[in-house]
Ligand binder design. Structure first.
Ligand SMILES: Cc1ncc(COP(=O)(O)O)c(C=O)c1O
Length: 389
């Protein structure tokens, strides 16, 4: 008799990325599905890791992270958001944002607690809440402009609500939550004594001069917000698995209680690399956004050229394109066609919705533009086949 998975994970299907990666490999499709760049991040970070290894920083670090990196995270928060945080009691270094989100759920969610999650969502959110025994409560962002209905959000809050999770800039829609929207969320958090978790991994990838607002900076929110970010998207080192959580001492203490037994600590030399690169010139951040904006514009034009419905994302590095105009109404069927007949891999976004709301994502497809220009140009050549089909 084969062993069965534990009840708390038995309902989890395989990630949509596994399915699409297999599909892409079978058809040698150009990968516009995965949310990681096909180039490395800054050399200064690699040099700092090598130097850390040579300097003997090769043993376990403090569970909540090496002091140099916590200080660099605090300096970054001050530099970009005028946010003053104590690296000793308010910052925890994690194994990427993904582990941060897991340790937050483990450290703070009790069985029966509800956590409000906007959908479409980054895949790990609901499983983390469920593994902690909590209940995800979904509020949809509705196309075409991915707004939430304020009344729907307000009615999602109740006595069981423990937390709300806000991802801005948002994967997969590219939405950047406005100050007004965040003020509404802040008001509800305070009314219901709920804490907020913000996933800000795309904080430096915002376009057209739009402002990324940090929820923790709104009045009354510093004491009830855990801000999660990481090296992955800003510095193109998704495989290093370095992330962090910033939050007030009480919330941080709870996260650390879980984190110490989930992970022990992140890789020590990589933490030194992260500390070095976080202090990099302001220009780096400016170039990052400008470079991605050019790629966004190129891919958006290519998708529009072949008949997909495109609106430009305000942040992150994905385009949600409408497929109805091509006569498709099933995103999985479209992605299979795209990989097999066109030779380009993309993600069916209905995978990022709860069962009752899957139809909201079914007439879209998610393309990632965090790839080299050469890759995007080769993808465009192939996409032209859609036009000529
Ligand atoms: C919204 C969002 N949060 C978190 C992550 C994961 O970040 P990390 O690599 O730091 O775990 C991703 C990766 O795609 C993401 O899109």
């Amino acid at each position: 008799m084969p062993f069965q998975p534990a009840a708390r994970v038995a309902s989890f299907g395989a990630s949509v990325f596994t399915e699409i990666t297999e599909l892409a490999a079978r058809h040698q499709a150009i990968d516009l599905s995965t949310g990681f760049p096909n180039t490395d991040g800054p050399a200064i970070a690699k040099a700092a890791v090598n130097a850390a290894i040579e300097a003997g920083h090769n043993q376990y670090a403090l569970s909540h992270g090496v002091r140099e990196l916590r200080q660099a995270v605090a300096a970054h928060a001050r530099r970009f958001y005028q946010q003053v945080v104590n690296p000793e009691t308010e910052i925890t270094i994690t194994n990427g944002a993904a582990e941060a989100l897991h340790s937050i759920a483990d450290g703070l969610i009790n069985p029966g607690d509800e956590v409000i999650i906007f959908e479409p969502f980054y895949e790990v959110y609901a499983p983390n809440v469920l593994m902690a025994g909590g209940r995800p409560r979904f509020v949809p962002l509705r196309p075409p402009d991915w707004r939430f209905d304020p009344d729907e959000l307000a009615t999602a809050f109740n006595k069981q609500t423990r937390a709300i999770l806000v991802n801005t800039p948002h994967n997969p829609t590219g939405k950047v939550f406005s100050r007004v929207e965040l003020e509404m969320i802040a008001g509800l958090c305070q009314q219901w004594n709920v804490f907020a978790i913000t996933d800000e991994v795309y904080e430096h990838i915002v376009f057209d001069g739009i402002e990324h607002v940090r929820l923790a900076q709104l009045p009354g929110m510093a004491e009830r917000t855990l801000t999660v970010s990481s090296l992955s998207k800003t510095f193109s080192f998704t495989g290093w698995r370095i992330g962090w959580v910033i939050g007030p001492p009480d919330l941080t203490a709870a996260v650390r209680l879980a984190h110490q037994f989930v992970l022990d600590c992140s890789a020590t030399p990589l933490q030194y690399g992260a500390a070095a690169v976080l202090a990099t010139e302001k220009n780096y951040y400016h170039h990052l956004a400008a470079d991605y904006q050019a790629k966004r514009d190129y891919l958006a034009a290519a998708l529009a050229e072949v008949g997909l419905e495109v609106s430009l994302p305000a942040g992150a590095y994905f385009i949600m394109a409408g497929i109805k105009s091509l006569g498709f109404d099933d995103d999985f069927a479209f992605c299979k066609y795209l990989a097999a007949e066109v030779g380009v891999a993309a993600i069916p976004p209905s995978a990022f919705y709860s069962a009752p709301h899957k139809s909201l994502g079914q007439s879209y497809v998610r393309f990632a533009f965090c790839k080299t220009m050469d890759t995007l140009e080769r993808a465009r050549e192939r996409l032209l086949k859609i036009k000529n089909r």
